[in-house]
Design a binder for this molecule. Structure first.
Ligand code: AP5
Ligand code: ZN
Length: 216
């Protein structure tokens, strides 16, 4: 199964992608996680990306297209993949179509998680992330069993730099301007399935499984 999980910042893309990895055994490709790993490791890419990320701006298309092109050719994508956070612009979506055409792996479905802005802000401001495996928690909605420790790997939890209020507002604006047009783009290709992302984490996952039953 070749899946795109789509939605505004905080919609639950990462949370649901991790559940899909466990259930379907296909990898999650999160461009946000890849960029954050580069920032942590202090690579040239990470240093260049950090300035954009901290302001809530998108990292330039050519950087992301290069990352995705290499990642999709890795062996673990043979059985399928879950794209999380990519594509985010029309040029990124066009580049993806070309790459997937070349390797003969068409997208089966684009899962669009719909959540209103007020709830997005509440979710993002309470989010905690694992510094080791990237798992995402919420102080109220999805707390870790032990304070500030990841349930999955025991890693330390932290608040992302771009989860500060100013950056969050800009991320929502950037989403509306640059990313939302992809909803029409994929609807026209008959690939879009919109889901109510305001339900509980497990309920959303049940809805996702019902959609994916056709493709498994
Ligand atoms: P990225 O890491 O992709 O961030 P994002 O799209 O803003 O998405 P988030 O990670 O904030 O949210 P999510 O939808 O994964 O929600 P989550 O599951 O964590 O990108 C970060 C930055 O990197 C970008 O701003 C940009 O600079 C750069 N970048 C990345 N990709 C790029 C690209 N392709 N092109 C250019 N630049 C790029 O959930 C959020 C919170 O809500 C958590 O606390 C969670 O526990 C909670 N939650 C989840 N589901 C529920 C639920 N159903 N009910 C209640 N709480 C819930
Ligand atoms: Zn972890």
């Amino acid at each position: 199964m070749n899946i795109i999980i789509f939605g505004p910042p905080g919609a639950g893309k990462g949370t649901q992608a991790k559940k899909m990895v466990d259930f379907y055994g296909i990898p999650q490709i999160s461009t946000g996680d890849i960029l954050r790993a580069n920032v942590r490791e202090g690579t040239e890419l990470g240093l260049a990306a950090k300035a954009y990320m901290d302001k809530g701006e998108l990292v330039p298309d050519e950087v992301l297209i290069g990352i995705i092109k290499n990642r999709l050719k890795e062996e673990d994508c043979e059985k399928g993949f879950i794209l999380d956070g990519y594509p985010r612009t029309i040029p990124q979506a066009d580049a993806l179509a070309t790459i997937l055409d070349e390797i003969n792996k068409p997208i089966d479905v684009v899962l669009n998680l719909e959540v209103p802005d007020e709830e997005l802000v509440e979710r993002i401001s309470g989010r905690l992330m694992c510094s080791n495996c990237g798992a995402s928690y919420h102080r109220t909605f999805n707390p870790p069993k032990k304070e500030d420790v990841c349930d999955v790997c025991g890693g330390e939890l932290f608040q992302r730099d771009d989860d500060r209020e100013e950056a969050v507002k800009n991320r929502l604006t950037v989403y509306k301007r640059q990313t939302q047009p992809l909803i029409d783009y994929y609807a026209k290709k008959s690939l879009l399935v919109s889901l109510d992302g305001t339900k509980g984490i497990d309920e959303v996952f049940e809805d996702i499984k019902a959609v994916l039953a056709k493709f498994a």
